[in-house]
Write a protein that binds this ligand. Structure first.
Ligand code: SAH
Length: 697
C-alpha cells in the first residue's frame, strides 16, 4: 500500500503530492501521537485505576464474573489495570494495527496474556458468541475515547454500538459519566480570532478606516473545534459574564444515542457585557457516585487543586454566531447543538413573560445547522491569522515602515496571502497598488473574498488583483510599469514551519525582471533565530515513560523513538509556544540572514556555532523563529517577544507557531561559572526551501 502525502513546497508556495512507503503513515501517526502524553497524565491514570478497581469490586460483590470490554486499548493500559484489579477476562479492542501489535507485546511482557485478548478491529466489527471475538457480552465497559471536545473522536457512536451489541444491560462503565460545562465570556482577544476589527490608518489626507465586508460581520465561521491551553490565558484577557453552568452529561452505563440533538440551559449574566465566547470543558466521573472525578476545569474554576498538565485534553473556545449585548440578571438561554462528532453554541434572549408553552415554540427557533462560513474569510484565514491581522501593534509597525518607503509615484506589488498591506499601501499614498496571493488551495477562492473586501471599502478600482503566479507575471499585469516597492508580510497559508514564509524570497526572485533598478523590498531581510529552552511541560510529549502505574510500557517508548527516527529526527516541529511555558537557558542568537534585496542564491546557506547555557535548567530543545526587518530600524518577530524576568520566562508571539527541535537527550546545566555550550549546524537548502539542523550537547 502506498500513501500520498500533501506537503507545501516552500520554494513554490504550492501543495505537492508525494508518494510515501506504507510505513510512512504509521510512523507519522505514532511520532505525532498523544500516547506519550496520555501515559504521563498521572491524574488520568490514577483515576482510571481507582474507577476500574471500584467497578470490578461492584461486579464481584454481586457474585458475577468480571468480563471487561476495553475499547481503544492503545498500549493495553486500562485492560492491565482491570486484570490487576481482579477482572476474570478482558477483551482489548484496538483498531490501529501497530498499536494492537504493541498492546500484545506489552500485555505479554507484563504477564497478562492469559487474561487479556487483544483484538485488532474497530469495535463495530467485533462479534460476540461461541465462535466470535468475544465469548459473551461484557459486564464492565472501559474506554478512553475522548478528545478536548469530548465527542470529536467518535465516542458516541462507539458507545451506542457497544451498548447494543457488546455489553450486558446494567453494565458498569468506567468512566461512568461525562459532564460538559460552559461559561459565557467577553474577550476582545478571543473574539479577535473570529472577526476582523476595523483598521485605522492615519493618512496624509485624514484618518482612513478599513472595514470588513458585511457578510463577514454575521458569518458563523467554521465548525472545527478551537482547542487551546486555556490555563495560559491570563484572566486580564477575558471577563466572565456567567457562572459555570452544566450544559449536558452522558451516562456511559446506559444506552447512548449518537443522533444529532441539542441541549438548552437558562443563564443569568452575573455582569453586563458583550456575550461573544463560550468557554467549555468537561469532567468524567469514574464511579456512579462521582467520588473519583477527573476534570479539565481551568485555573479560575479550581484554584485550590494542583492542575494536571496535559496536551491530549485541553479546553474549548466556541464563538457565538454574533456578539450579543447582555445585561446583568437578564434571562438568557444558551443552546448547545451537536451532531455525532462536534458541538456548537447559540444564545437566545428570553422573551417578556415567557412560559412553558412559549418555550416549546422557542425550541423551533434554535438553529440546528452547524456553522458554515459564508463570507469565505474563515476559509482563508484561520483563527491565529485573524488574531495576527487584528494585532494593532503589528499593523502600526507595517504602517510606519510603509510610510518610510512609499512615495506618491510608487508602483507597489504586494505578495502575501490574504494580506491587508495592499490597502494600507493605497491609503498611505502609493500611486499604483497590485497584489498577488500565490498559495492557491482549490477549496476556496481568495479573489472573490478580496473583491468583496475591496468593494466594502470602495477600493475596487484602486487595487488590482493579479491572478497569476509570480513566475508568470507579465508587463501587462503591471500596466507596463516597473515595480518600485515590493512588499510582503510575508505570510502564506501553506506554511507550516516559520521559514516556509521565505517563499516570499522565491517569489521576489521570480518577479525580478519586473523590478525597477532602485526597487525597495519590504521586508528588506529576514533572520532566523535560535534559543535553547527548558519547557515547563511540553517535554512530556517527547519523553519516554518507562512504567505507568506499575506497568512496563517501554515497548511504547521504543516504538515512538523508532518512529521519530524514521524521518523526523533532523526536523523541527511547529508549536504555538504562548500555550507552552518555557524559560530560556541561552541568549537568543541570530543564526542566518536572508537578504531580500538580492535573489535567492544557488548555493546553500550553512552556519555553525555554539550557544552558551547561561541559566541552570534542563535543555529540552531549541526554539527557532523568524524575524522580518521591514526597514533598517523596524522589525517584527514571529517568535520571541521578550524574556520577561530574571528567571528567563519567555513571552512568544501569540499568533504564530514557532519551530521546536527536541534534543534526543536532555542535559542539565548546573555550573554557571563555566557555562556549557551547545554547538549547532544549520543548513538552509535553497533548492528545497527546507532547513536541516543538528545540535550537539
Ligand atoms: N486506552 C488507552 C489508549 C487511549 S487512546 C489509554 O487509555 O491509555 C484511544 C485509542 O482508541 C486509540 O489507539 C484509537 O486507535 C483507538 N480507538 C478509537 N476508537 C476505536 C474503536 N471504535 N474501536 C477500536 N479502537 C478504537
Amino acid at each position: 500500500m502506498k500513501t500520498f502525502c500533501g506537503r507545501a513546497n516552500p520554494t513554490t508556495g504550492s501543495m505537492e503530492w508525494f508518494e510515501e512507503g506504507e510505513d510512512y503513515d504509521y510512523h507519522q501517526e505514532i511520532a505525532r501521537s498523544r500516547y506519550a502524553d496520555m501515559l504521563h497524565d498521572k491524574d488520568r491514570n490514577v483515576k482510571y485505576y481507582q474507577g476500574i478497581r471500584a467497578a470490578v469490586s461492584r461486579v464481584k460483590e454481586r457474585g458475577e464474573k468480571a468480563i471487561v470490554l476495553d475499547i481503544g486499548t492503545g498500549t493495553g493500559l486500562l485492560s492491565m489495570m482491570a486484570a490487576s484489579a481482579g477482572a476474570d477476562f478482558c477483551y482489548a479492542i484496538e483498531v490501529f494495527k501497530p498499536m494492537a501489535n504493541a498492546a500484545v507485546k506489552i500485555v505479554e511482557k507484563n504477564g497478562f496474556s492469559d487474561k487479556i485478548k487483544v483484538i485488532n478491529k474497530h469495535s463495530t466489527e467485533v462479534t460476540v458468541g461461541p465462535d466470535g471475538d468475544m465469548q459473551c457480552r461484557a459486564n464492565i465497559l472501559v474506554t478512553e475515547l475522548f478528545d478536548t471536545e469530548l465527542i470529536g473522536e467518535g465516542a458516541l457512536p462507539t458507545y451506542e454500538h457497544a451498548h447494543k451489541y457488546l455489553v450486558q444491560e446494567g453494565c458498569e462503565a468506567v468512566p461512568h459519566r461525562a459532564t460538559v460545562y460552559v461559561q459565557l465570556v467577553e474577550s476582545r482577544r478571543m473574539w479577535s480570532w473570529k472577526k476582523l476589527f476595523p483598521v485605522h490608518v492615519e493618512a496624509e489626507d485624514g484618518e482612513k478606516i478599513l472595514v470588513p465586508p458585511s457578510e463577514m460581520e454575521n458569518c458563523p465561521g467554521v465548525p472545527s473545534v478551537c482547542d487551546i491551553q486555556l490555563n495560559q490565558m491570563p484572566s486580564s484577557d477575558f471577563s466572565t459574564l456567567s457562572d459555570v453552568v452544566t450544559m449536558f452529561s452522558v451516562d456511559f452505563s446506559k444506552p447512548v444515542q449518537s443522533a444529532s440533538t441539542y441541549y438548552r440551559v437558562q443563564l443569568e449574566p452575573v455582569k453586563s457585557g458583550k456575550a461573544q465566547i463560550v468557554l467549555s470543558w468537561w469532567d468524567i466521573d469514574m464511579d456512579p457516585l462521582g467520588m473519583i472525578n477527573c476534570t479539565m476545569a481551568p485555573y479560575w474554576v479550581k484554584p485550590t487543586s494542583a492542575l494536571q498538565w496535559r496536551d491530549h485534553w485541553m479546553q474549548c473556545v466556541y464563538f457565538l454566531p454574533r456578539e450579543e449585548p447582555v445585561l446583568q440578571g437578564e434571562k438568557l438561554y444558551l443552546t448547545a447543538c451537536r451532531d455525532e462528532y462536534s458541538v456548537w453554541y447559540s444564545l437566545q434572549k428570553a422573551r417578556e413573560g415567557e412560559n412553558k408553552a412559549d418555550e416549546e415554540e422557542h425550541k423551533a427557533d434554535v438553529g440546528v445547522e452547524s456553522p458554515v462560513c459564508r463570507c469565505r474569510a474563515h476559509l482563508l484565514w484561520n483563527r491565529p491569522r485573524f488574531g495576527e491581522l487584528n494585532d494593532q501593534n503589528r499593523t502600526r509597525r507595517y504602517i510606519r515602515a510603509l510610510r518610510k518607503v512609499l512615495k506618491t509615484d510608487s508602483v507597489c506589488l504586494c505578495i502575501s496571502d490574504g494580506s491587508l498591506l495592499p490597502v494600507l499601501a493605497h491609503y498611505l499614498g502609493a500611486k499604483q497598488v497590485q497584489c498577488m496571493q500565490p498559495s492557491r488551495i482549490d477549496l476556496y477562492h481568495p479573489h472573490e473574498l478580496w473583491q468583496a473586501f475591496l468593494k466594502a471599502n470602495h477600493l475596487e478600482d484602486k487595487i488590482k488583483i493579479i491572478e497569476a503566479r509570480p513566475e508568470l507575471l507579465k508587463p501587462s499585469h503591471l500596466e507596463d510599469k516597473k515595480i518600485s516597492v515590493l512588499v510582503g508580510e510575508p505570510f502564506f497559508t501553506t506554511s507550516l514551519l516559520p521559514w516556509h514564509n521565505l517563499y516570499f524570497w522565491y517569489a521576489r526572485t521570480a518577479v525580478s525582471p519586473h523590478l525597477a533598478s532602485n526597487v525597495t523590498v519590504l521586508p528588506q531581510s529576514a533572520s532566523l533565530h535560535v534559543m535553547i529552552v527548558e519547557f515547563q511541560d511540553l517535554w512530556r510529549i517527547r519523553s519516554p515513560c518507562g512504567t505507568c502505574e506499575g506497568f512496563d510500557v517501554q515497548t511504547m517508548d521504543d516504538m515512538i523513538k523508532d518512529s521519530l527516527n524514521f524521518r523526523e529526527s533532523k526536523e523541527a516541529e511547529p508549536h504555538p509556544l504562548w500555550e507552552y511555558p518555557c524559560k530560556s537557558l541561552s541568549d537568543p542568537q541570530e543564526v542566518v540572514t536572508f537578504d531580500f534585496t538580492k535573489t535567492v542564491p544557488q548555493h546553500c546557506l550553512s552556519t555553525e556555532g555554539s550557544l552558551k547555557l547561561l541559566r541552570k535548567g534542563k535543555s529540552h530543545g531549541a526554539v527557532l523563529w523568524m524575524e522580518y526587518h521591514l526597514t533598517a530600524d523596524i522589525s517584527v518577530s514571529t517568535g520571541l517577544m521578550q524574556v520577561s524576568n530574571e528567571k528567563g520566562n519567555c513571552e512568544w508571539n501569540p499568533h504564530c507557531k514557532q519551530a521546536v527541535y527536541f534534543f534526543s537527550s536532555v542535559i542539565e546545566s548546573e555550573i554557571l561559572s563555566d557555562p556549557t555550550a551547545v554547538t549547532y549546524a544549520i543548513n538552509f537548502d535553497t533548492k528545497t526551501g527546507e532547513i536541516a539542523m543538528d545540535f550537539k550537547l
